[in-house]
Design a binder for this molecule. Structure first.
Ligand code: ADP
Length: 164
């Protein structure tokens, strides 16, 4: 029984994340999306909003669930008795950092493995920060995120340009 965690900020979830979720859900018996409450990075969407958006878009998967967590990923994996962490790799530059994180995680929780899934070419350019930037200028993010997320991005930025 393979229980895997797919951790990230998901601020917000994109089509690239969804592709990884779809592929990982075929590999793992159970996939838990771990939404990180980040101490240092401030997020556009609240934890509740990020979790709700994810729950909406993974509703069709019987073996995927969404949880929030704070602190070390190794601790979260230990508490859930998960043996595998899933990470997506978009570009070669991601690898050095991800490799170090994976080594630290398995030092903290021996036996914890990281499985890297290469981004599909059609999604490899998509990142949460890119869609936030597009939305901040009033652009349509519908090509990069699920419709429900595109709508929430639009609402988040509506009227913001009137402020500053
Ligand atoms: P983090 O802040 O931990 O990088 P993200 O929410 O940005 O969190 O990403 C979570 C995971 O999803 C990471 O492993 C990241 O590499 C991966 N990822 C992000 N965007 C894509 C994409 N377009 N295609 C494939 N994987 C992606």
């Amino acid at each position: 029984m393979l229980r895997a965690i797919y951790p990230g900020s998901f601020d917000p979830v994109t089509n690239g994340h969804l592709d990884i979720i779809k592929r990982a859900s075929r590999i793992a018996d159970e996939l838990i999306i771990g939404v990180l409450k980040n101490k240092t990075k401030s997020s556009l969407f609240s934890m509740e909003e990020r979790v709700t958006m994810l729950e909406q878009v993974v509703a069709g998967y019987g073996n995927v669930s969404v949880m929030s967590f704070e602190g070390l990923l190794a601790g979260f994996a230990r508490r859930l008795d998960a043996g595998v962490v899933i990470r997506g790799l978009r570009a070669a530059g991601d690898f050095t950092y991800e490799c170090r994180m994976s080594q630290a995680n398995s030092a903290l929780y021996p036996g914890l493995e990281t499985l890297f899934l290469p981004a599909a070419p059609e999604y490899s350019h998509i990142s949460s920060s890119m869609v936030k930037e597009i939305a901040s200028y009033g652009g349509d993010t519908g090509l990069f995120v699920p419709q429900t997320v595109a709508l929430q991005l639009k609402q988040k930025f509506a009227g913001r340009d009137l402020v500053s």
